[in-house]
Design a protein around this ligand. Sequence first.
Ligand SMILES: [Ca+2]
Ligand SMILES: [Ca+2]
Length: 186
Amino acid sequence: MKVVGKFIAAMSLFIMISGQAHAAIIEFNFSLSGDQEVGPVATSASGHAIMTFDTITEILTYQITITGLDLDGSQTASVDDDIVGMHFHHGLAGSNGGVVFFISNDDDLLIDPILGIVSGSWGPSDGISGNITELLAGELYINVHTQAVPSGEIRGQATRVMSVSEPSVLLLLMLGAFGIFFSRRL
Ligand SMILES: [Ca+2]
Ligand SMILES: [Ca+2]
């Protein structure tokens, strides 16, 4: 039992250290396109999103660059390309889900219609708290709705960049597997 106690203590310490190592910035990098819509939309518009999530402050900072669409309705004469809504939705790739955050309502939203850049941050004050598990699991997507395609013209699944601290997760899994093996021998 002493050995088991020591092992549990060591595991606890490792998880604590590992947990601290994970109090970090998680990066997302993904594209938005018509073919990610359910069903696919034929469009020349596209987008790219770069986001970071701070695990301490729980603030998601996003920057979405969009080409081929009109962010403020004054960039082109046609109304077809006017963006009428941008949201984070909850749903896996290939399926539609409900809105979890209205980007247009973001309190610190910045829009540069000439460069086609939308940026802001979604944090606890914006109601991110109930969506963090889904965000980190890749279950959220950004949908850009236009006059021409109100259901969504381009879409992108929020996809994480493998962070540098991932190897410690692998190490933890290996240690866990070793622990199971070790405990069976006792
Ligand atoms: Ca327009
Ligand atoms: Ca905000």
